[in-house]
Design a protein around this ligand. Structure first.
Ligand SMILES: C[S@@+](CC[C@H](N)C(=O)[O-])C[C@H]1O[C@@H](n2cnc3c(N)ncnc32)[C@H](O)[C@@H]1O
Ligand SMILES: Nc1nc2[nH]cc(C(=O)O)c2c(=O)[nH]1
Ligand code: SF4
Ligand SMILES: [Mg+2]
Length: 240
């Protein structure tokens, strides 16, 4: 049976980001990423610092852990990472979860296509702005968004914004794919802050700034602005 590298499984919690914000869900976080975003809040998935926590699990083993944690208190599972789209074994996991009757969300940056995207109920594509130090391959992103044009589930684009340059990038991405529901998300540049009160204050100031940018932009009349709700609630903790 196909195994995939899993770094953490947690929940039930709520989806703290993007188009299904607030949705009760479990999380399966896979290891490994093709990007190295400067501000990645999940860098332990790729920087080696948690490599001893990686377990290569079969879909059934993942399901057993989900059941152990969530029992009958969940009906939705979000797969994130790292970049889950890198994993050949993702298809088997998605098929298994569907057989169990749960709805599936997936978070990826849109750098590679995976056939299992077709079977995801809530698919978030999150291209990375200049502050990440990553460069978007728009030929690849075009191909992905093209294939998703006939997707049966919910698809959205979500760009994290830290500064003016990122906001310009977000505007560009929205204009390039105008028919795709578009979200801008507050960037957390205090990912090591341990004091939740300090962090909240900082994030709310950033949110206010981002809302103002959207209000003032004639190109952003049909976008949603969101914070990371889980960070506002629970700070920089892992597994929430
Ligand atoms: C950790 S990533 C994993 C999935 C995939 N690699 C991606 O980037 O979309 C999940 C989401 O967290 C966002 N994210 C990562 N670091 C962040 C930060 N410091 N502030 C706000 N959002 C962040 C990413 O942009 C992405 O939308
Ligand atoms: N509650 C909660 N919501 C999230 N949405 C996206 C997350 C991620 O790290 O991919 C995430 C996460 O780590 N926790
Ligand atoms: S693409 Fe996602 S997981 Fe990878 S480094 Fe960037 S934010 Fe982190
Ligand atoms: Mg996160």
């Amino acid at each position: 049976m196909e195994r995939i590298p899993v770094i953490e499984i947690f929940g039930p919690t709520i989806q703290g980001e993007g188009m299904v914000i607030g949705q009760k869900t479990m999380f399966v976080r896979t290891a490994g990423c093709d990007y190295r975003c400067r501000w990645c809040d999940s860098s332990f998935t790729w920087d080696g610092s948690a490599k001893h926590e990686v377990e290569w699990l079969t879909p059934e083993q993942i399901w057993q852990q989900l059941k152990q944690l969530g029992d009958d208190r969940f009906g939705h599972v979000t797969i994130s990472g790292g970049n889950p789209a890198l994993l050949k074994g993702l298809s088997a996991l998605v098929t298994h979860l569907k057989e169990k009757g749960v709805r599936i969300g997936l978070e990826t940056q849109g750098s590679v296509w995976h056939d299992s995207f077709d079977d995801i109920d809530d698919l978030t594509i999150s291209p990375k702005p200049p502050s990440s130090n990553m460069e978007t391959n728009f030929a690849t992103l075009d191909m992905i968004m093209d294939r998703l044009a006939t997707h049966r589930g919910r698809v959205s684009l979500k760009v994290v914004v830290f500064n003016d340059q990122d906001f310009s990038y977000a505007t560009y991405v929205h204009q390039r794919y105008p028919s795709v529901p578009f979200y801008v998300q507050v960037g957390n540049d205090h990912i090591h802050e341990a004091d939740d009160v300090t962090l909240r204050l900082n994030l709310l100031q950033k949110l206010e700034w981002l809302v103002e940018q959207v209000i003032q932009s004639k190109h952003m009349n049909d976008v949603c602005v969101l914070p990371q709700l889980h960070t506002l609630l629970w700070g920089n903790r892992r597994g929430v």
